[in-house]
Ligand binder design. Structure first.
Ligand SMILES: Cc1cc2nc3c(=O)[nH]c(=O)nc-3n(C[C@H](O)[C@H](O)[C@H](O)COP(=O)(O)OP(=O)(O)OC[C@H]3O[C@@H](n4cnc5c(N)ncnc54)[C@H](O)[C@@H]3O)c2cc1C
Length: 231
């Protein structure tokens, strides 16, 4: 699968997925895990689609832990701070102690800045979203573009003067892009999507969650259909 572009410089791509079981069929590992109780095996989807539905709708979810996937993500640091709250995923992130972070910063567009969601209090401006104009948004965006440049100059200045990478990075803002791998089983990915595709989640992480959803839909189409049906 190729990279899915997210935000202005981000992406998400699948590294690996698993769960074909002994039968070698997409998602068959779920059925095989469930049939362990009776020492049975996968019988083909004509018969087993019904069992998959039964388990999903009745929340017999442990068999869904026998599928999973690892993805690589490039996202702003503030998105990773939200993402890392999902403690039951496994992570490994590039380290700015060892390699300078790429000079990529998230600059939202004007529409994103003006986007407000009536029911999502965290998406409102402090003085009320109605007072935020396009002019103010553009002015703010110009300012942060300059600020990003200033932060990058200071970062490079530190590195060029021999300041250790682990200290030179202290000037980098949370809009800076970083890169990580995240791995989890399918049940866990669905819990993540329930929380992060929700309109209450911040718009930026929602774009990443939607991209994770695209990959889940491709790799685990039967479970994805049940998940969407239940949403
Ligand atoms: C819209 C939104 C707004 C948020 N706002 C804030 C905020 O303002 N401030 C903030 O700090 N966080 C906030 N969060 C983060 C949120 O509180 C959770 O930390 C995050 O969603 C991860 O969920 P989780 O704990 O279910 O995931 P995981 O950490 O992956 O855990 C998965 C499940 O494992 C179990 N589990 C894991 N660890 C433990 C444990 N130590 N004890 C018992 N059970 C455990 C729980 O059943 C848990 O649901 C927000 C999240 C969302 C989606």
């Amino acid at each position: 699968m190729s990279e899915i572009k997210v935000l202005d410089h981000g992406y998400l791509k699948m590294v690996e997925s698993w769960g074909r079981g002994e039968a070698g069929e997409t998602e068959a590992a779920i059925i095989e895990a469930a049939r362990q109780s009776t020492q049975g095996s996968f019988r083909g989807w004509e018969q087993d689609a019904k069992l998959l539905r039964f388990m999903f709708t009745n929340k017999h979810l442990t068999p869904f832990e026998f599928c999973g996937m690892t993805i690589e993500i490039q996202a702003p640091i503030f998105v990773f701070r939200e993402w890392h709250r999902h403690r039951t995923q496994s992570y490994n992130e590039m380290s700015a102690r060892y390699a300078p972070l790429p000079d990529l910063n998230y600059l939202p567009n004007t529409n994103r800045v003006l986007l407000t969601q009536d029911k999502n209090k965290q998406a409102q401006g402090v003085t009320g979203s109605k007072r935020l104009t396009e002019h103010i948004a553009d002015d703010w965006l110009e300012n942060i573009a300059e600020f990003y440049q200033r932060a990058e100059d200071l970062y490079q200045y530190g590195l060029s003067r021999g300041i250790p990478k682990e200290l030179a990075r202290v000037v980098l803002p949370v809009g800076r892009y970083s890169r990580m791998r995240a791995s989890a089983n399918l049940r866990n990915w669905l819990s993540f999507l329930t929380l992060r595709m929700d309109p209450n989640a911040q718009w930026e992480i929602r774009q990443y969650a939607n991209a994770v959803g695209e990959i889940v839909a491709q790799e685990f189409p039967r479970t994805w259909a049940l998940f969407r049906e239940a949403a």
